[in-house]
Ligand binder design. Structure first.
Ligand code: ATP
Ligand code: MG
Length: 366
């Protein structure tokens, strides 16, 4: 899997710019605020996922532009596919593959990418939202069905939250509450199975990487956590649905009192441990960084196992935040696929990776 060429029009701070990437390591360098992360964001969007920086497509459109587009040639399994994304204010994004209209979620599998950004260094210590994002971004790329479920779930969640919030002003809304709760439970039941199986694979792939990384001293554990009444997240969907409905009924009054959804997969988490102790509570900074890196590298291995090709690896500004040993560990493990690395100064990284260097200045790439 690799991206051969990308052309940006009106995208963030890019007016009109085209880049031809090399098949191995590509170093994207330049001072702050020039467009390095914007370029990685454009590449990441080709996976069909949301941006890793915003939920709102309108933010991707250049300040002075009416629309933005990202056009790319992707080599997938030796075949070149041309993907075009069009973002227009107030409209849904339009996706075409080789000129044929598609849905965003159907890009899953066509182009896969694993992103490692400075935020991921906090994957272990921060709240559960970062770990849910990890699951959602990865599974959405591998399973079009999951991406569609996630989008349905978010819509149902927003509607139910509005009912719970506005019910004093508009009591008639309450008649629809149970219908939305049921819809959320059905979506949750199916998503729980996807998430449970992904975390199980991630745990299996991350543990040996972390073990190597820590010089054979640390065992990394990952366990999926979901709605408390669900006894087995790999059970048949109908069983999980029934258990979520039990939770739902038990918390109906509490939801009305709180004016918020209390049952569903929007509170899921991955419990991460190092040598049996909760990483969130006890891991040192260094252990947390090592664990975060191991998890990201594991994600890359899962994509490879699943699609037969390494995903495009996007490393945004992370090397400068890692010490030399960790930098070397990452650089030694990124072979085999295409990598785009951003950094502020080029010489050292390009020398160490032997990569092709692109210089970014005010939305222009050389
Ligand atoms: P750093 O090294 O600080 O991370 P960077 O090169 O990664 O910098 P980017 O995040 O790519 O910088 O942002 C480059 C510039 O793009 C910023 O100045 C930002 O304000 C600008 N920018 C972001 N969104 C838009 C937009 N929709 N329209 C125009 N400019 C934008
Ligand atoms: Mg940046």
């Amino acid at each position: 899997m690799r991206i051969e060429r990308i052309a940006l029009s009106g995208f963030r701070n890019y007016d009109e710019e085209t880049v031809q990437f090399g098949p191995d390591v590509n170093v994207i360098c330049g001072p702050n605020a020039q467009g390095k992360t914007n370029l990685l964001e454009a590449v990441y969007l080709l996976t069909g996922a949301h941006s890793f920086r915003t939920r709102f497509d309108k933010e991707l459109i250049g300040f002075d532009c009416g629309w933005a587009s990202v056009l790319a040639d992707i080599d997938s399994d030796g075949r070149t596919q041309t993907v075009r994304l069009l973002f227009q204010r107030g409209q849904r994004r339009q996706v075409t593959v080789n000129g044929v209209k598609k849905t965003s979620s159907s890009l899953a599998g066509l182009m896969t990418a694993v992103l490692f950004s400075p935020d991921d260094l906090y994957l272990i210590k921060e709240g559960a939202a970062a770990r849910r994002r990890l699951m959602d971004n990865a599974i959405s790329q591998l399973r079009p069905g999951y991406a569609a479920l996630l989008s349905d779930y978010n819509k149902l969640y927003e509607n139910k939250t509005r009912i719970l919030k506005d019910r004093y002003d508009k009591p008639s809304l309450l008649t629809a509450l149970d219908e939305f709760s049921d819809g959320l439970a059905r979506c949750s039941a199916r998503m729980i199975r996807y998430r449970a199986s992904f975390v199980e694979r991630l745990a299996g792939a991350a543990a040996p990487i972390h073990w190597d990384f820590s010089g054979g001293r640390e065992e990394l554990g990952l366990v999926y956590k979901t709605v408390s009444t669900v006894t087995d997240p790999r059970a048949p969907v109908e069983d999980i649905y029934a258990q979520i409905m039990d939770h739902q009924r038990a918390h109906r009054q509490a939801e009305l009192d709180a004016g918020a959804c209390l049952t569903g997969i929007h509170k899921d988490d991955i419990e991460i441990s190092v040598n049996g102790a909760s990483a969130r509570s006890y891991a040192s900074q260094g252990q947390a960084r090592t664990a975060a890196l191991s998890i990201k590298l594991a994600e890359r291995e899962i994509f490879k196992a699943e699609t037969g090709q390494y995903p495009v690896l996007l490393l945004d500004d992370v090397l400068s935040e890692l010490d030399m040993t960790r930098q070397e560990f990452v650089l030694n493990r990124i072979g085999g696929g295409q990598t785009l690395i951003t950094c502020c100064e080029d010489e050292d990284i390009s020398r160490r990776t032997g990569g092709r260097v692109f210089s970014v200045r005010e939305g222009h790439i050389r």
